[in-house]
Ligand binder design. Structure first.
Ligand code: UDP
Length: 382
């Protein structure tokens, strides 16, 4: 089966990193078509996955766009649709990995009669999207997609609540290769030394810098924790959230935490950095559709505290394989971090359990098998 994968982003967010694993088994007969150029293209190339940037124009529709803006952008989308249609004739199936990819993929599917699969990496609710965007996504998926792969039950439920057809959806969690998350003690010590983190209790936050990812919650919590606790913020403002970055620096200065917060920018050595942390925190203030960073921390054997909402609640069972705290509450977060500092044995036991569970539950080979089965069903019944 030849697959045309479509993704709107040139930047490697969670959905894009997930697509690398999904496209991998098909790389000798697939193409990933992108609607923007960037580091994601380079990552695909490094993984020997054929990739082509299908347009040089960026599409103006944002998550919060209204109907008028959506229509205005039609002029930009039409040449892209034409290009995708021409390309899709050489493939058996169109796999849309993002919302704009769904819009373009749906049109191409109608014209070329190639079946459409939509991988839903979002919680389609008004917290994340405008009404127009929600309606467009749900209606197009209902009308054109043979299958909607939701990345969690939370994403699936939101899709159905927004009017999506339940019978075309299946939940498939992201898969991970646990071998990529092994770091030697020697490398961990060297990394901590290089970053000036020896003798510190290191709390890591791994997310793009964006208000709803809640880095400010961790900083507020840090102000309530003992001085040896240091935070590393790993990730960049991928989608132009420069004001938020400014606010974070201001907040740090006001709280006098300049020496206790380190911004590391976007990194590709996530497993090593996570292994070098004593604890990983996830602080999203809106429900997380899945939360790759939570599973990655588990695979590294680092204890993880996550915000209790959305997909995170399917990944973490409080006190069994991690900790859950109410989103947006720095005091509650500080309390859990303090417990982890004091109760080392209990925390290590939980991190060990988390590693074992995550290795089985999110094994990339199993996940790819599930997806292969689903895609072959779609292909056979087209
Ligand atoms: N990530 C990365 N480098 C960074 C920060 C994050 O590679 O500097 C990765 C992180 O390891 C995870 C992904 O980006 O695999 C983020 O996925 P998640 O589901 O946590 O959030 P999303 O970006 O999809 O909202």
């Amino acid at each position: 089966m030849k697959i045309l994968f479509l993704d709107q982003s040139g930047k490697p967010g969670g959905a894009e990193l997930c697509l690398i694993d999904i496209a991998q088994p098909y790389r000798d007969r697939a193409l990933v078509g992108l609607f923007a150029d960037g580091d994601f293209r380079k990552l695909l190339e490094q993984n020997q996955i054929p990739v082509e940037v299908l347009t040089s124009q960026s599409i103006a529709v944002r998550k919060q766009s209204n109907l008028l803006q959506a229509f205005t952008s039609l002029g930009q989308i039409l040449p892209l649709i034409a290009k995708v249609v021409e390309t899709a004739y050489q493939y058996d199936l169109i796999y849309a990995n993002t919302q704009k990819a769904l819009v373009v993929g749906a049109m191409a599917s109608l014209i070329t009669r190639r079946p459409l699969v939509y991988h839903l990496h979002d919680i389609l609710s008004l917290e994340h999207f405008s009404k127009t965007n929600l309606r467009v996504a749900v209606n197009l998926a209902n009308l054109c997609a043979s299958l909607v792969i939701a990345n969690s039950q939370a994403s699936q439920t939101a899709f159905v609540q927004a009017g999506g057809k339940p019978d075309i959806t299946r939940v498939v969690y992201n898969g991970f290769n646990s071998k990529n998350y092994q770091t030697s003690n020697d490398d961990i010590q060297k990394l901590r030394q290089r970053l000036g983190l020896e003798n510190k209790f290191v709390v890591g936050h791994f997310s793009r810098l964006a208000p709803w990812k809640g880095q400010h919650i961790l900083i507020d919590a840090l102000a309530q924790l003992p001085p040896q606790v240091t935070a590393i913020l790993v990730g960049d403002a991928l989608f132009g959230e420069q004001n938020y970055v400014k606010q974070l620096h201001q907040q740090i200065a006001e709280l006098g935490l300049e020496k206790r917060v380190i911004f590391l920018g976007f990194r590709t050595d996530i497993p090593q950095l996570m292994a070098a942390c004593n604890l990983v925190t996830h602080t999203s203030t809106a429900p997380e559709p899945f939360g790759r960073v939570i599973v990655e921390a588990m695979l590294c054997g680092t204890p993880v505290v996550a915000a209790k909402a959305g997909g995170a609640m399917e990944l973490v069972e409080h006190g069994v394989n991690g900790f859950l705290v109410t989103p947006g509450e720095p005091q509650a977060l500080a309390q859990v971090i303090n417990t982890c500092i004091q109760e080392i044995e209990m925390t290590e036991k939980i991190a060990g359990q988390a590693k074992n569970i995550a290795r089985q539950r999110f094994d990339v080979a199993n996940v790819n098998q599930q997806i292969a089965q689903l895609l072959s069903n779609v292909y056979q019944t087209k």
